[in-house]
Design a binder for this molecule. Structure first.
Ligand code: FMN
Length: 357
């Protein structure tokens, strides 16, 4: 068995907490940040096989792995088995940890054309496609899919998991919603448990893992090797270190400090601007900032000011001011704090309702 397969098995033996593939989110900068905070494995955004085979710029950007991306997997999607196999060979040249095939995207323009969750309409064809991709590359190939198409249909996931294992797939991620549910409604982890019981390859449970306690419960309840975290990581990437501490040492970590929250905003902005320039690097960080700043006094007005600022320098100045005010606030004794209205100093970051300076 090639070393890469052994490596993957070793990683799956560590109760991995994996950063989910997310379009426009899991680029090299965010992957690094999550890895630093404890993500075991990170996934790229999904790469369209036609774009990849045509050499289109966006596909090339998504495929480009950074020097520290050695624990990153590339996810590809497409509707044609031969094109998927061909694209898998191209993706293999980027030397990812493994390749993942997206069989779960519910977006109509993708699933409606037979890619992503569209494969769930024909489980047999999905298995044949996976077999072809596995045979076309030497890297391990995994599949990320959903429990089924819709509530009215039979849930194929358990039988599918068995057949994917038989096709040589190295591991499966089960997003415990149907394609029809999109991202709404509760994920039903019981399906991951059933799939896990049916196979001997590792299974990751995905959907609604929002806290370290969720991660522990998902693993305990399903018997899965690990969890995959999507949306929560966008606003709270500290979930990786919190989950690691709980899974490895039974320790419940305190939430990040205000200073850490501000520092992460700055770090993410700086890295995105270095990677993508201004103003795009600033704009694409915005979706993270409100989550990072959650709980800070005056967070809403801070967020509003950041949302209206297009330059790195301007954003850093706003954050510096916030950091200064947080520091002065934390140096105020509790008794002095209680004398100020609303438990916050009059000089603190502009309260949410205050006019902007
Ligand atoms: C903005 C966004 C982009 C996503 N892009 C992808 C993708 O490229 N490939 C994929 O397999 N899933 C994608 N997903 C789905 C997630 O990987 C994950 O399966 C889903 O969000 C459920 O996990 P969660 O409840 O932890 O968010 C995306 C989800 C979001 C919110």
């Amino acid at each position: 068995m090639p070393a890469t397969h052994d490596r993957l098995r070793a990683l799956y033996a560590q109760k991995p907490v994996v950063l989910a593939p997310m379009e426009d989110v899991t680029d090299a900068v965010f992957r690094r940040l999550c890895r630093t905070l404890g993500a075991t494995i990170a996934m790229t955004e999904f790469v369209n096989v036609e774009g990849l085979l045509r050499g289109c710029k966006n596909a090339r950007r998504k495929l480009a792995l950074a020097d520290d991306d050695e624990l990153t997997a590339v996810q590809i999607y497409g509707a044609n088995p031969e094109r998927l196999a061909e694209a898998a060979r191209v993706a293999e040249s980027a030397e990812p940890l493994f390749l993942d095939i997206n069989c779960g995207c519910w977006v109509p323009k993708i699933a409606g054309r037979g890619a992503g969750a569209g494969w769930l309409r024909e489980p047999e064809a999905m298995v044949a496609m996976a077999r072809l991709v596995v045979q076309s590359v030497s890297l391990p190939v995994t599949v990320k899919t959903r429990i089924g198409l819709g509530p009215e249909s039979h849930m194929p996931i358990v039988d599918l998991a068995r057949r994917l294992e038989d096709a040589g797939v190295a591991a499966i991620t089960v997003h415990c919603r149907t394609a029809q549910m999109g991202h709404s409604g509760a994920a039903d982890w019981a399906w991951a448990a059933r799939a896990r019981a049916a196979v001997s390859i590792p299974v990751l449970v995905n959907g609604d893992v929002r806290t370290a306690e969720d991660a522990r419960r998902a693993i305990d309840e399903t018997g899965c090797e690990g969890v995959m975290v999507g949306r929560r990581a966008i606003e709270h990437p500290w979930i990786f270190r919190e989950a690691r501490a709980l899974l490895d040492r039974g320790e419940a970590l305190p939430p990040p400090t205000e200073a850490e929250r501000i520092a992460l905003c700055r770090e993410h902005l700086v890295a995105n601007v270095a990677q993508r320039g201004e103003p795009f690097g600033v704009h694409c960080t915005r979706r993270h900032l409100s989550g990072y700043l959650k709980g800070l006094p005056g967070a809403a007005s801070l967020r509003q000011r950041l949302n209206h600022c297009d330059t790195l320098e301007g954003c850093c100045a706003i954050l510096e001011e916030a950091a200064y005010q947080v520091t002065s606030w934390s140096s105020v004794t509790p008794s002095a704090r209680s004398m100020t209205s609303g438990d916050r100093p009059s000089s603190a970051i502009a309260p949410d309702h205050a006019p902007q300076g």
